[in-house]
Design a protein around this ligand. Structure first.
Ligand code: SF4
Ligand code: SF4
Length: 63
């Protein structure tokens, strides 16, 4: 799979709702949705990987 095809996946069963990923994202691609969990707006994501690095519980990955 080409890197540019990869999308961010957030495992809400692991997420502790710290919002660190939302703060770290350089292009506001991560937003807090219903229930207080973040989701990724795919057309804003530049696939920099910063959210993956910042998440304290490893809840974010490329899929
Ligand atoms: S990969 Fe980068 S641009 Fe995409 S959601 Fe994560 S921090 Fe934001
Ligand atoms: S950084 Fe990880 S634990 Fe924190 S809100 Fe984002 S996905 Fe959830």
């Amino acid at each position: 799979m080409n890197m540019s095809d990869q999308i961010i996946a957030i495992d809400v069963s692991e997420c502790v709702q710290c919002e660190g990923c939302v703060e770290e994202c350089p292009c506001d691609a991560l937003q807090i949705g219903a229930g207080g969990y973040p989701f990724c707006v795919e057309n804003l994501c530049i696939r920099c990987g910063r959210c993956i690095e910042i998440c304290p519980v490893l809840a974010i990955s490329f899929e």
